[in-house]
Design a protein. Structure first.
Length: 302
């Protein structure tokens, strides 16, 4: 699809509490997985763009970390990054988990919107989980607390209502040339996307605090003559005891994570992949500015 005669293009940031379904919605709008999803909170750590085309419009969708009351340094970096993403966008999509309703987290998110001058749109997500009548009250309550141009009720998971929302966005973004080639679906470098996929598999498999105390980086990426790629990744954890958990009995856990990640990375890059995972203990990595640079986050001073 070539750029049309009267192109439109705009940046849309999706913000919301952790686990509201922002990343799921970005993937649904793009039509391919460009950002990772898990049932745990605080999955997304940095800004990531997914790119979709609707009619004459190119929609640049910015996935952001969840907004909540942060305590640790990494959390503070994630939350301030999320608000910064909202301030840089043409349109701000505010996601609320309809099942949870307007709880304390959603309330403080709505309060924070007063400082966001951009056009805002309310998205009540996960409508598959609740009854229709409850939705109307929820939409009304949210509209009383912030100034929304429109409200949508969707299920990012089933796709219900997503097409309507996408058409609305296509009309709402300003006229202007497309920012990306028409076939590009994300601005994330492949090595970063590959590291994120491995982090998703880690999140899905490991329990309690461990996922939050680990990070994944792609250490090397070699294209081979036979068309395959050799990828080495490092999983950083904080303590030796965590390294043992990631490895699992006889290396079973890391092997399973590696197999799942390899399959999905190969699918995304459409090349055979040889994936090598290494687990390193780096005490205090979440206080190391270099790790933040790798994740695309600013390093908060304290
Ligand atoms: N039932 C239902 N579940 C959903 C829907 N959208 C997302 N989910 C689930 O909600 C969980 C969180 O989804 P994510 O897309 O990772 O949420 P997020 O807002 O990006 O979360 P953070 O990155 O942690 O801020 C996952 O288990 C999704 O499958 C929906 O419309 N209906
Ligand atoms: Mg996310």
């Amino acid at each position: 699809m070539a750029e049309p005669e009267r192109p439109r293009c705009g940046f849309i940031a999706l913000i919301g509490a952790p686990n509201a379904g922002k990343s799921t919605l970005i993937n649904a709008l793009v039509g391919t997985k460009v950002t990772i999803v898990s049932h745990k909170v605080q999955t997304t750590r940095a800004l990531l763009r997914g790119i979709a085309i609707e009619g004459e419009a190119q929609l640049v969708l910015i996935d952001t970390p969840g907004i909540f009351a942060p305590k640790r340094r990494l959390e503070r970096a994630m939350v301030s990054t999320a608000w910064a993403g909202a301030h840089d966008a043409d349109i701000v999509g505010v996601l609320i988990d309809a099942k949870r309703g307007i709880d304390a987290e959603a309330q403080s998110l709505l309060d924070g919107l007063a400082a966001v001058p951009q056009r805002k749109v309310l998205i009540l997500n996960k409508v598959d989980l609740i009854e229709k009548p409850a939705l109307l009250g929820l939409a009304q309550a949210a509209n009383e607390r912030a100034d929304f141009s429109a409200s949508f009720m969707i299920s990012a998971l089933s796709g219900d209502g997503v097409a309507d929302f996408k058409r609305w966005l296509a009309d709402a973004v300003p006229p202007g040339p497309w920012h990306y080639p028409e076939d590009q679906i994300t601005d994330a470098p492949l090595r970063q996307l590959a590291a994120e996929i491995t982090r998703e598999k880690l999140y899905l498999r490991l329990h309690q605090e461990l996922p939050y105390q680990s990070t994944v980086e792609t250490a090397s990426w070699q294209e081979r003559k036979d068309g395959s790629v050799r990828i080495e990744q490092t999983i950083f954890v904080e303590r030796e005891s965590q390294r043992k958990i990631v490895l699992g009995k006889g290396g079973q856990t890391i092997k399973a994570i590696g197999a799942e990640a390899r399959r999905e990375i190969a699918e995304v890059i459409e090349q055979p992949v040889h994936l090598f995972l290494f687990v390193k203990v780096r005490e205090g990595w979440s206080d190391d500015p270099e790790r933040y640079r790798e994740m695309g986050l600013e390093f908060p001073k304290e």
